[in-house]
Design a protein around this ligand. Structure first.
Ligand code: 5AD
Ligand code: SF4
Length: 350
């Protein structure tokens, strides 16, 4: 590995700021060096401003089912976790929530998120999509691995975007932490989103046990290779009812570094300040907004369900109402002199 000194590191950051291109070795050097973090965050902040401006896009997140057929070792919704109460929000309630988010809260994107719940088959989902698309909103789905035909059906019904994190590009690590799942299939699903005409959202966890710094460089190059439209990066936070309960977990700093480098390499994409970042530090999201992020996803799930959607413990704002979550997000944005966008926040390719 190259051990670059600080002046060389600063030059690398300059280069990335202007050319948006770093090779694997250069990414690794920047990930390892902690002396240049403030320069890295400032560069990502500048590139964010230059390419996507000061406006922050808000996405209304609705966690509509916590049933999941998968058993990811890091996640509190894994099927073997018998300590959570499972719920599904019915179509009428879901529509009412989306309507409230759109008409009363002024939110322009609805994100429907769930575990991989087979109850919601293509017909049910398409019916929900069609109904929500009668509102003045863009619609994002975050419901897991599906077939290309299913992705096409969602698009046909009106869906605009889809979030499916690759979680990690280290295939051995993926095999270890995602038993019964295939990394190759997941990567193909992400490419299929683009083929189906959906905006591609992906991302990774930062800080899984045995995850190597080198693999974050591969993650960033993967985001570029699949031409992602949005990338969400979250620190891994151990959940007590999972096999990884005693793991150390990720740090906010490393998650911010991976995020800032992603902004430098993919300058015009949408990047959320993630809830997991906020869970690790009370100002985590604000730090992210000042290190490359331009999106926040306020949770508009009904308070009674929130505590059951426990991907990880301490998930922020579990006792909030939708309106309180929105107010908190807006206050943060105002405090740092940024604006809430009035647009839908599509990814505009240059
Ligand atoms: N800590 C942080 N993020 C998690 N996710 C799942 N479990 C955890 C955890 N323990 C993330 C995964 C998934 C997203 C919906 O939540 O990256 O893609
Ligand atoms: Fe299910 Fe997603 Fe959790 Fe894995 S990360 S167990 S697929 S909800």
């Amino acid at each position: 590995m190259l051990m670059y000194n600080i002046p060389i590191m600063k030059k690398l950051i300059e280069k990335a700021k202007n050319c948006h291109d770093l090779n694997r070795e250069e990414l690794i050097a920047l990930l390892y060096n902690d002396d240049i973090d403030e320069d890295l965050f400032a560069a990502a902040d500048e590139v964010r401003k230059q390419y996507v401006g000061d406006e922050i896009h808000l996405r209304a997140l609705i966690e509509f089912s916590n049933f999941c057929k998968n058993n990811c070792c890091y996640c509190g919704l894994r099927r073997d976790n018998k300590n959570i109460q499972r719920y599904r929000i019915d179509e009428n309630t879901l529509f009412a929530l989306a309507k409230h988010a759109s008409e009363n809260m002024g939110l322009k994107t609805i994100v429907l998120q769930s575990g991989e719940d087979m109850f919601f088959d293509t017909d049910k989902l398409c019916s929900i999509i069609r109904r929500i698309k009668t509102l003045d909103v863009a619609l994002t789905l975050s419901i897991g691995e599906k077939t290309l035909d299913e992705y096409k059906a969602y698009k046909q019904a009106g869906a605009d975007r889809f979030l499916l994190r690759i979680e990690t590009t280290d295939k051995d690590l993926y095999a270890l932490h995602d038993p019964g799942m295939s990394w190759e299939n997941r990567a193909q699903c992400i490419r299929n989103l683009g083929i189906a005409g959906l905006e591609i959202g992906s991302g990774v966890l930062v800080g899984l046990p045995e995850q190597k710094v080198e693999s974050f460089a591969d993650d960033i190059l993967f985001f570029k290779q699949v031409q992602a439209d949005m990338i969400g990066i979250g620190p891994f936070i151990p959940h007590p009812d999972t096999p990884l309960k005693d793991a150390k977990g990720g740090t906010l700093k490393m998650a911010l570094k991976v995020m800032a480098l992603t902004r430098l390499i993919l300058p015009d994409i949408n990047i959320p300040a993630t809830t997991a970042m906020e869970t690790l530090a009370p100002n985590g999201q604000v730090k992210a907004l000042q290190a490359g992020a331009n999106v926040i996803m306020p949770n508009v799930t009904l308070t009674q369900y929130r505590k059951h959607y426990e991907l990880y413990p301490g998930k922020s704002a579990t006792n909030y109402t939708p309106d309180k979550s929105l107010k908190e997000v807006k206050d943060k944005i105002a405090a740092i002199g940024r604006k809430v966008s009035s647009g839908y926040g599509y990814h505009k390719r240059r």
